[in-house]
Ligand binder design. Structure first.
Ligand code: PHE
Length: 346
């Protein structure tokens, strides 16, 4: 009994200064382990009287429980301290600090095409349009057939196509493919835009790339008119250029629209007087558009007797070049950090 009485005291005293989990485990083993004093007492118990057995056994149990409780409490404290210490030590700074900006060429930011694309998406979302996506690898049907360009149509030659070896699949030559998929999935009235990369097998120069970007737009409903088309295009361009722009329509041919137009804006550089940017014409050709051809509506599962609509295809790279004064389209995909890092969007 004497041994037992002093054990708890001794244990508490030794427990106080311990600050390592390993030391704590050793201490526990020392007191209530197989070689410890408690085990000794239990071993000697076989020689004791039944009365002694009962009191000493109960005391020993009580003591063991007390030591275990103290041990667990201390263990929790030490584990928590360990976790806090490692959190402090392994702290990761996930904020974008000035030190990142200061690295100059390494600084992060959106590509200028992405910046413009997101801006235009926002403008259209505010006008009630959805934003759709579509695959880069397409089939003949979605890129040509459903857009009123049958196999023998000469318009196929207007777009130099990257064909796959199976002669059925291709890299989409325009975002008009998104029209086809978008129409099939919804019922009029609807309006959506579809931005993305397009691919053409072209010889590259300062104004031609094999990969460039378009943003397709489509609005279908009852009594949609050329007036609606002009309104949306004017609003879009005014938002992009942050000033009132004048637009005009000229006839333009695309098999999937009828009538088809080229929409020009009055030159923002010279105000229409004529300069090198507008090649002395006073107007800059900006986006092809038109009223959706009945055959295209039909291919999209829409009754052309009841509904009509407009569509347009905006070239994003040209806009980026005009906005930032970039004189060669090849910079856009050149992956030259000296170019890219000039567009720090955050
Ligand atoms: N898909 C046409 C092109 O890439 C552009 C366009 C889209 C024209 C929609 C009219 C209507 O050349």
């Amino acid at each position: 009994m004497q041994v037992l009485e002093s054990l708890l005291n001794d244990f508490t005293k030794e427990l106080g200064p311990i600050n390592k989990i390993a030391d704590l485990l050793n201490l526990k083993a020392k007191y209530i382990g197989k070689q410890g004093p408690l085990a000794d007492v239990m071993k000697n118990l076989k020689d004791a009287t039944p009365e002694e057995k009962r009191t000493i056994g109960a005391k020993a149990n009580e003591l063991k429980q007390s030591i275990e409780a103290l041990f667990s409490k201390k263990m929790q404290e030490l584990e928590l301290a360990d976790i806090n210490a490692s959190l402090e030590k392994d702290k990761v700074d996930i904020s974008l600090t000035d030190s990142v900006m200061e690295k100059g060429l390494q600084a992060a930011g959106y590509h200028p095409v992405t910046i413009i694309q997101q801006e235009i998406e926002d403008i259209f979302i505010s006008m009630g349009f959805e934003v759709l996506d579509g695959p880069h690898i397409e089939d003949d049907y979605h890129n040509f057939e459903a857009l009123n360009i049958p196999a023998t149509h000469p318009a196929r030659d207007m777009q130099d196509t990257f064909w796959f070896a199976d002669k059925k699949h291709l890299l989409r030559t325009h975002t008009s493919t998104i029209q086809v998929r978008g129409m099939k999935e919804r019922k009029p009235p609807f309006r959506f835009v579809g931005p993305g990369k397009v691919f053409r097998c072209e010889r590259t120069d300062a104004s031609h790339e094999m990969v460039f970007h378009q943003l397709e737009g489509m609005m279908v409903g009852e009594n949609v008119s050329v007036g609606n088309l002009i309104y949306f295009m004017k609003t879009l361009l005014t938002e992009i250029f942050k000033k009132e722009v004048e637009v005009r329509l000229r006839p333009g041919f695309f098999p999937f629209v009828e009538p088809g137009f080229e929409l020009d804006i009055k030159c923002l550089i010279c105000g229409g007087k004529g300069c090198s940017v507008c090649k002395q014409v006073g107007w800059v050709e900006l986006l092809p558009c038109g009223m959706v051809h009945p055959n295209v509506l039909k291919a999209g599962g829409i009754d052309p007797e009841k509904y009509n609509g407009f569509a347009f295809g905006l070239g994003l790279d040209r806009l980026v070049m005009m906005r930032y004064g970039i004189d060669d389209i090849r910079h856009l995909h050149g992956a030259d950090l000296r170019f890219n890092s000039q567009f720090k969007s955050f």
